[in-house]
Design a binder for this molecule. Structure first.
Ligand SMILES: C[S@@+](CC[C@H](N)C(=O)[O-])C[C@H]1O[C@@H](n2cnc3c(N)ncnc32)[C@H](O)[C@@H]1O
Length: 240
């Protein structure tokens, strides 16, 4: 691990969010590899954890601008837990602390509102907004045309959330427009857009999908085993 990655982990570990370090590093590398043929877009920033990884990667590469789109009032799953949400101030503070405010352009709107007046080509897009199926599908449909060929699309939460899981299956793994689909534990999927993929690409994509299914089985087996172990542990403790 490089010194820079260790430093970024220190910063991002202090920022509330759900991204793993491995997923953060994936975003860092994808942003670092951007050539500048288009900008970087993030749908769903919350308090800036993923934004910081993207921005640090971009700074290590061609300093491509990052448009961080979020209405900052949370997703339905957050609104159920917290009464009133406003993440904008924490987001700004975290971006400033990470010293990346010169490269991050916050857009305080929903993905759909932002897309309506967004006229830049996109080289890298990270989709991590509202996880309900209709919303993720809409995010895909409105941003896909703005993504350049050979540009990269990334989705988060494709293991536990049915919305992103179905959208990546239907629109990446089974599509003629993507190749080199990769998965980063625990839930991130990314792929390169192409005009039309080859038969070999389709076979590779199908194999990648089966390997993701296997990961999901492993993930849920561990998840349920941990719960069962905890329950048995409690029962045994009571018996003593
Ligand atoms: C899971 S959080 C994002 C976490 C963030 N990417 C990170 O790694 O720390 C989802 C975010 O999506 C935002 N959101 C919800 N609906 C949205 C929409 N339609 N467009 C853009 N962002 C949305 C919420 O406000 C919330 O901050």
């Amino acid at each position: 691990m490089t010194k820079e990655i260790t430093e970024i982990k220190k910063i991002t570990n202090g920022v509330e969010g759900w991204l793993t370090d491995e997923e953060g590093e994936t975003l860092y590398n994808l942003a670092k590899n951007c050539t500048g043929r288009g900008v970087i877009v993030e749908i769903g920033s919350w308090k800036g954890k993923s934004t910081i990884w993207l921005a640090k990667g971009s700074n290590a590469g061609n300093k491509t601008k990052i448009y961080a789109i979020d209405p900052h009032n949370g997703s339905p799953e957050h609104q159920k837990v917290f009464e009133k949400i406003n993440t904008l101030e924490s987001f700004k503070k975290n971006i400033k602390n990470a010293k990346v405010e010169d490269i991050v352009y916050p857009i305080v709107k929903t993905s759909e509102e932002a897309a309506a007046s967004f006229d830049h080509s996109v080289e890298l897009i990270f989709i991590d907004g509202n996880h309900e199926y209709d919303s993720v599908k809409k995010d895909f449909e409105i941003w896909f045309p703005k993504l350049i060929n050979n540009g990269t699309i990334v989705f988060h939460d494709t293991t536990q959330y049915e919305g992103p899981k179905k959208v990546v299956k239907d629109n990446l793994y089974m599509s003629r427009n993507f190749r080199h689909i990769k998965f980063t534990e625990t839930s991130m999927v990314y792929a390169k857009k192409v005009e039309q993929n080859s038969t070999m690409d389709q076979i590779e994509n199908r194999c990648a999908l089966y390997s993701k299914y296997l990961y999901t089985i492993k993930f849920y087996t561990k998840y349920w085993m941990d719960i069962i172990k905890k329950k048995i542990g409690k029962v045994l403790l009571h018996k003593k």
